[in-house]
Design a binder for this molecule. Structure first.
Ligand SMILES: Nc1ncnc2c1ncn2[C@@H]1O[C@H](COP(=O)(O)OP(=O)(O)OP(=O)(O)O)[C@@H](O)[C@H]1O
Length: 327
């Protein structure tokens, strides 16, 4: 069975974006495949920010790309305002996908070095016939001077400024949902806070709904309404950000939190909560995928895969022995 369950999804009509039981596989040589995303489900209410967090390789970027149908998931459903994206093809898919924009980790390589900033930002409006009159407004909104900055090329800007250009390029198309895939990981710490603050401002101003992906829970917790924790292609825990941080239920979430210096949670050091590297996703452990690194692992964890179950309120966990009582 692929999924960790989708009991935690809200009724379909409430969500602006709804991903259900997403499965993505890649060839892994010698006739084998790697299941990079294995039954992941989540939804977003309008105006919500959902953080997705987990170690490198846990499937965050693949999940983000599956939302965009780049490539489409092997199975599962992605609905944007009720429209099933996995059934759309060609022009119909591209038109709908405009409303779902993505911001990437490496702003410099994601921008065409030969083009001027104004042309980069105006390219989408030219193709789609949307937002052409907003180019200057958007440049100003992201903190770039439309008169001086717009005629320069990406290499004349710092990494943080290039990320502002990427954000402008995404927002000019009037998206409903913006997927931010590690948007500050490549930036200096001092610049990270500026870009995070900018995203918060733009979210309010343009009434955006955000998916915010990062490997660093310290970054995600400050910007997310709810946080989804992933491990080896699966969902471990989903909860409102403050509750997940103050009372983590999954041992993996505790380990992620313990690795944040001065988290103030009084947790033992991270290396006492988690050890070693994640197993290969080509041959994941039976039962609970985290069990080979989990300090609480018991025989049941090898035999039975934990489904997402309610902890009450809006809290869900996929663990047989969570740190918090189940409802
Ligand atoms: N195009 C691909 N071909 C083969 N395997 C892939 C491909 N893209 C991703 N993978 C594998 O899928 C798994 C999930 O990768 P993914 O990049 O989604 O993780 P991630 O959590 O975003 O990590 P990171 O933060 O390092 O980007 C990894 O095992 C990765 O090696």
């Amino acid at each position: 069975m692929a999924g960790s369950g989708s009991a935690h999804l809200r009724p379909p009509g409430q969500a602006v974006l709804r991903a259900e039981d997403l499965v993505v596989e890649f060839p892994a040589g010698r006739g084998r495949s790697v299941r990079a995303v294995s039954g992941v489900s989540f939804d977003l209410l309008p105006g919500e920010t959902l953080g997705i967090v987990g170690e490198s390789g846990c499937g965050k970027s693949t999940t983000a790309r599956a939302l965009m149908q780049l490539p489409p998931p092997l199975s599962g459903s992605v609905r944007l305002d009720g429209v099933e994206l996995t059934r759309l093809k060609g022009e119909a898919l591209r038109r709908t996908r405009r409303r779902l924009q993505m911001i990437f980790q490496d702003p410099i390589s994601s921008l065409n070095p030969r083009r001027r900033v104004r042309d980069i930002v105006a390219e989408g409006p030219r193709v789609w016939g949307v937002g052409g009159d907003r180019v200057d407004e958007i440049l100003e909104a992201v903190g770039l001077d439309p008169d001086t900055a717009a005629t320069r090329r990406p290499h004349e800007f710092s990494g943080g400024q290039c990320q502002r250009i990427s954000i402008a390029r995404a927002l000019v198309l009037e998206p409903e949902v913006v997927i931010c895939d590690e948007p500050v990981s490549a930036l200096d710490v001092s610049v990270q806070a500026q870009i995070l603050g900018l995203l918060e401002d733009l979210k309010e101003r343009y009434r955006l709904t955000l998916v915010f992906i990062a490997h660093d829970l310290a970054v995600v917790k400050n910007v997310s309404d709810r946080i989804l924790v992933m491990y080896l292609g699966k969902t471990c825990e989903l909860a409102p950000g403050s509750e997940l941080v103050e009372r983590p239920a999954h041992p993996y979430t505790r380990a992620l939190l313990a690795s944040i210096p001065r988290s103030g949670l009084g947790l033992p050091p991270a290396d006492q909560l988690i050890s070693g590297e994640p197993p290969s996703p080509v041959t994941p452990p039976s039962g609970c995928r985290f069990r080979t690194r989990c300090p609480k692992a018991a025989p049941r964890c090898a035999q039975e895969e934990p489904e997402m179950r309610s902890l009450g309120g809006d809290r869900w966990v996929a663990c047989h022995y969570p740190e918090v009582e189940t409802a």
